[in-house]
Design a protein around this ligand. Structure first.
Ligand SMILES: Nc1ncnc2c1ncn2[C@@H]1O[C@H](COP(=O)(O)OP(=O)(O)OP(=O)(O)O)[C@@H](O)[C@H]1O
Ligand SMILES: [Mg+2]
Length: 500
């Protein structure tokens, strides 16, 4: 056995007085794909940021190619052959694809500014290696969807020709097709001898692509094993510290469809993408929308919420025609949303958890003009407990939470409002399995008290296991609406077949 390319030994790290990594060991072999998993806030990103020089460890050693290395910024880390793709995108939206990919080099040594032409040539070469054909190097990043943006992030990291590549949840915003091509690329890189650390909440992906897996729990390394010697159940048990099964079983519900629906959408047209969609959602129902990336699923949700302009279409809520031209109209009509792009649209990053959550219920806690602090604290604390948000307290500033915990705050925000219709756009991206089942339990309770949910997800097993009916969306048109109740014989496979 060759000496590992990387050894991290006894790594500890605190933020102010809270220690978030306790004496963690992590090793990586040459040409290995090593999965790093753990629940939200377990310390995965922090450990990787230390390796990448973004954060500085308090104690411990980092040994690369047998040599102990000390460094404290990403440029030095890059010189040691380490590159990282961050959980949060780091692209500049007003620059082009190739300017983004070669940005760091330009600022690093601006006397040797790469000419745009040369950047473009190199960009084409990298994208070709990645087997990506549909991204134009001269396109502005702001015009790209999240999938292509993720590919640009990867291309950017690869442009540094790293020996060790860290991927922090690279698949979270990719479609299944894009994930497949990414896996082909990752395997190619592995063959070239690049060692990869792969952080993901999708354990199936870990089992598909990794050679080894390390589990962190509450800042401790609790498990490390070759993939061939372990299984899903064992990894979940190590992550949660519990043996229990986290699958939420589908609830049996009686939905009375002889009564008027809660929400009725008639002939909705949005831009050139959504071409005349109609459907109804009844009281007590979780209504799913399944479609490939670009099928128009986010456009439907966002136009119901008044973010996107409708060209045509009628929204009827409880038999009343409702005009919704802005999110404020939607909120007034009793609609809440968990948007797809949470960091950008869902949170005020510099505010505390409490302020973020309370923002959406300000009326509830205002008694005359004074904020009822007791009530406010109770609402926030309830949310933190219900969703198991890992934070030092409700006063913690949101930008210092782990990625998944930030998303839980967005979900919490939408759940504390008095809305009767909840729009969920891929609510569980980046959220760990325990929280996911907690969120689904809360949503089940929400509909069972007479409310309705529209649920968009790119994970078809998730749609099948929670929805009462699912609309199959193809290129902006309704292909079919399938029954998915507990007695219907619906499966992920059947749904996948339908969607093609
Ligand atoms: N800059 C910071 N200041 C204060 N606390 C921080 C900071 N960065 C991270 N933390 C805390 O450290 C802990 C670990 O966070 P980290 O981002 O490493 O988790 P993670 O395992 O990547 O979770 P996720 O799956 O949600 O991305 C969290 O409790 C988080 O709130
Ligand atoms: Mg993280």
């Amino acid at each position: 056995m060759k000496e590992p390319i990387l050894k991290m030994l006894g790594i500890s790290k605190s933020f102010s007085t809270v220690e978030v990594l306790h004496n963690v060991d992590f090793t990586l072999n040459i040409g290995e794909i090593h999965g790093l998993v753990g629940q939200n806030g377990a310390g995965k990103s922090t450990l990787m940021k230390i390796l990448n020089g973004v954060e500085v460890k308090d104690s411990g050693n980092i040994i690369i190619f047998g040599k102990e290395e000390e460094y404290n910024n990403p440029i030095q880390a890059r010189e040691k052959g380490i590159s990282m793709i961050f959980q949060e995108f780091s692209l500049v939206s007003s620059l082009t694809v190739s300017q983004n990919i070669f940005l760091t080099r330009e600022s690093h040594n601006f006397l040797r500014l790469l000419k745009d032409k040369e950047s473009e040539k190199n960009t084409i070469k990298i994208l070709k290696e990645l087997d990506v054909e549909n991204i134009n190097p001269n396109e502005y990043v702001e015009n790209l969807g999240t999938g292509p943006q993720q590919i640009v992030e990867i291309a950017k990291a690869l442009s540094h020709e790293p020996k060790i590549l860290i991927m922090d949840e690279p698949t979270a915003s990719l479609s299944s097709h894009e994930i497949e091509s990414l896996f082909i690329v990752i395997n190619k890189l592995k063959k070239r001898g690049i060692s990869i650390i792969f952080v993901s909440h999708y354990l199936r992906e870990i089992f598909e692509i990794c050679d080894r897996v390390t589990v962190l729990r509450d800042g401790n390394k609790v498990f490390e094993e070759k993939i061939l010697n372990t299984n899903l159940k064992e990894v979940i048990a190590k992550m949660t510290g519990k043996e229990q099964d986290l699958q939420v079983s589908k609830r049996k519900r009686q939905i009375d469809r002889s009564k008027p629906p809660l929400l009725e959408i008639n002939n909705l047209v949005v831009g050139d993408i959504v071409k005349g969609i109609s459907f109804k959602v009844w009281h007590g129902e979780i209504f799913g929308i399944a479609g490939l990336l670009g099928s128009g699923r986010s456009e439907i949700i966002n136009s119901i919420y008044g973010v996107y302009k409708k060209k045509k279409g009628e929204i009827i809520i409880d038999e009343k025609r409702t005009s919704i031209n802005s999110p404020n109209d939607a909120i007034r009509a009793g609609i809440a949303i968990v948007p797809e792009d949470r960091r950008e649209h869902g949170l005020i990053l510099d505010f505390s958890i409490k302020d973020n959550i309370l923002f959406s219920v300000i009326k509830k806690i205002l008694s005359f003009i004074f904020i009822n602090d007791k009530k406010a604290s109770k609402i926030t604390n309830d949310s933190i407990n219900k969703l198991n948000i890992k934070a030092s307290g409700f006063w913690q500033v949101v930008k210092f939470l782990s990625g998944g915990n930030q998303q839980k705050v967005v979900v919490a925000k939408s759940l504390v409002t008095d809305s009767k219709i909840l729009l969920l756009d891929d609510p569980s991206i980046g959220i760990d399995i325990q929280a996911k089942s907690e969120i689904m339990n809360i949503i089940n309770d929400f509909v069972e008290s007479g409310n309705g949910v529209i649920f968009v997800s790119s994970e078809f097993d998730e749609l099948v296991s929670f929805c009462d009916r699912i609309l199959v969306l193809k290129k902006g048109e309704v292909d079919s609406i399938v029954d998915c109740g507990i007695e219907a014989n619906m499966s992920e496979e059947i749904l996948l077949e339908k969607i093609q």
